[in-house]
Design a protein around this ligand. Sequence first.
Ligand code: PHE
Length: 454
Amino acid sequence: MADAAERGQWHSRLGFVLAAAGSAVGLGNIWKFPYITGENGGGFFVLIYLGCVALVGLPIMTAEILLGRAAQRSPVGAFRKLSASGSPWVSAGFLGVAAAFVILSYYSIVAGWALHYTWLSISGALSGKDSEAVGAVFGELYQSPGLNLFWHALFMGLTMVVVWSGVQRGIERWARVLMPAMFIALLAMLVYCVQLPGFGPALDFVFGAHSEKLTAASVLEALGHSFFTLSLGMGAMLTYGSYFDREGDAVKASLAIGLLDTAVALLACMVLFPITFSHGMEAAAGPGLVFKGIPMALGELPFGRLLSTIFFALLVFAALTSAISLLEVTTAYLIDERGWPRRRATLVTGTLVALLGVPSALSGSSALFGSGLQERLGRNWFDFFDYLASNWMLPLGGMLTALFVGYRLDAALRQEEFLRGTTLGSLYRAWLGLLRYLVPVGMALVFLNALGVL
Ligand code: PHE
């Protein structure tokens, strides 16, 4: 078992909220949310997503933070400590550690693309390109083993440096710098976008009542995404909660993290859609929306180079604070359960994740991990890992957490942990009801959808 000094603790409650919001706000908000909103026709999809965040995501977030805070352990140790010895619940903790490996290994590839685009923006290589040329830049990157491996390695290196430095001196300190920087950059982009002709149509698209493209699958996509975007179901929030002080207000913190995450997702839409609409690009442009849309729209402007540098840097910052939380889960496991020193734990797990990411980095270029797998299994390695994590591991982890806290955790302990430090104690019954009934049913729907039953 690790001693308290090796585990670490947040310096302040604000530091905790910033670090946890840093985990939540990431590629999911800025890269993924706008394009799935586009694909699902905007409007009602956004409303359903907000409902999923409030009714499913937030209760699980609070549950995870409380588990971590009560046990003072990362996932494996927390489930072990709070259930009977030898109980199968420990596997929920291991599932979280496994999910962290899987997600970070491919997350780092997309983050690497953001690094590449930051570099291209700074060097001016994106300036003045027409849509075809911009598309070619993305294609070239996607198919280049060298570029993918290089940026992936660099991004993993950055992530390891932060986690290596510890909870306060690494994670919290960087969140305090990167999160406000990211917000300011996003607001700067917004100021520019408000005066574009596409701003009105973008507002209407995101907040107007559109339901033409909405299907049952959209509802489930919104639900699944609310998990990914809030970093739930794999122990990241549980681990961060374990560094939270015992008297801190976990309920209010969950609300603040959820609000920040949602605000960034909506702001990202308010930045991206005005740009795409003003340049005649489709809202449903798919995963390339950010990487093609931004350079296409900004390339010709006088300040385009600066704006696109700001945009891609903010994407890197957002991705970095999320990647840190993923690596922290695997690192904390070795510290807590194996008694390893933090530095060794960071180095070993970071290197393993980086190696596990190699097939994802090669998914666009090698037949073995890319086209070959695609032919045989219908998905390349990268897509398969994304599918595995978002459709199976996170919902399963979230459901197990809800069931554990809802039914298995000692009732007196559960109530005491919820009430300690919070001014929102009156929400206890509602929270428990959501965890016990709505969340398991919602998750069951995700599985049935993934199995193709729905
Ligand atoms: N929430 C992050 C995002 O939206 C991704 C993430 C998932 C981070 C799970 C940690 C754990 O990009």
